[in-house]
Design a binder for this molecule. Sequence first.
Ligand SMILES: [Zn+2]
Length: 401
Amino acid sequence: MSERIYYTDPGCQAFTARVTRSFLHGDRAAVTLDRTAFYPTSGGQPFDTGVLGDVPVVEVLDEAGEVVHLLDHPLAEGREVEGRVDWTRRFDHMQQHTGQHILSAVFERLSGHRTVSFHMGSELSTIDLSRDVNADEVARAEDEANRAIWDDLPVGIRFASPDEAAAMPLRKESVRTGTLRLIGVPGIDLSACGGTHVASTGAIGAIVVTGWERVKGGARVSFACGGRAVRAHRRLAAVVTGSVRVLSVLPPELPAAIERLQAEAKEQRKAVKALQERLAVFEAEALLASASTVNGVRVIARVLDGYDAAGLKTMASAVTTVPDAAVAFLSSGTPLQIVIARSAGLAGIDAGSLLRRLVEQFGGRGGGKADLAQGGGFEGDVRQILWTVSGLLEDAAGGTR
Ligand SMILES: [Zn+2]
C-alpha cells in the first residue's frame, strides 16, 4: 500500500516514487506508487492532477485502500519517477476544504446547524445543513468564519486511536476504523478528516456565502473561499455594472428598476392586445373579401406576419363571426403557431380533427374543439404546411352540404 505523503505533509508539491504496479484500469493506463502526494477523490474533495515524469495524471482514485493514478499513457513497473502536483488546482481545493471546516464549525457553534454533507463544485462549494437557515444566521456564521481566517490560526494534523478519539469533542465522527487522522483549528474545530488543508487559516483568504436554499428539511449553503471568492465577486460586479449601465440607475435602485420594467411590459402587452382586437375587425373584412368560396363556405388559409398565438386567435375569432367562414392562420416567426377555426353554423367542419391531422403529418402538438383549435411546433416548410391545411379546409368545406 502506498504511503500517502499528503497525510503528514499536505504542502508537498513534488516527490520521487517507484511504480509498484502498472495496469489497465478500464481502458486507461494506471499505476500505483510506493509513495504519493496525489490526492484521490474522497470526502467531497476532488482528485489532484499533475505529472509523473512527463506523463500527465488525469484522475486519481481511492480503490480498496490504494491510490490509483490514471494516466495519459503507460509507465513501466519498477521505474523511478518524479511526481509533480498541479499546485494551482490543489491549493484552491485546500482553500475550499479548510474554509468548509471553519464554516461548518461556526454554524454548529453559533446556531446549532449540523453539517450533513459537503460538495466541492468547479466554482462554488456547498454544505447541507441539518435544518433551515435564515439571513441573520448566515451573516453571523460568515462574519465569525472570516474572523477565524484573519486570526491566522494553525491547522494541526494529529493521529489518534478510536478510543482516544472517542474521548475528544469531535465535530465530525469518522466512519473509518483503525487510526484516525484529526484536523484541528484551535478554538474553532476538531474533526476526523483525510483531506488536504492549508497550514494556517490565513491562507484561506476570505470566505463568502453566495446563497442558500431550502432542501429536504434542511438548507444548502453555497460558498466560495480565497481565489474563488474574488472571482465570484468579480462576476457579480460585472453583472451589476452591466445592468446599471443598461438601465441608467445606481446599483441599489436595480430591483425597483426591474420591477418597473416588468410592470411597463405587462401594460404594453395589454395595450397591444387591445389594438390587435380593434385592428382585427378591419383585417377580417379584407381577408373575407379575398376568400375563395367552396360549396358556399368562404375558405381562408394565410400566413399572418407579426402575429403571435394570441393575435392569431383574435383574428380567427373576428373572421368567423360571419356565418360562412373556415380559416387557418399561421404565424411567420419561430416557433410556428397555427389557429384553425370555423363559423358556428358550419358543424360539418371539425377544426380539432383538422389540427390533429396536421400534427400526424408534421409533428408538433396542439388541440382544441370543433369550432377552434390551436397548435404549433411543426417540422416542415411553412408553405408546405399552408398548402396542406388549405387542402384540408377545402375538402372539409366540400363535404359540408
Ligand atoms: Zn478536511
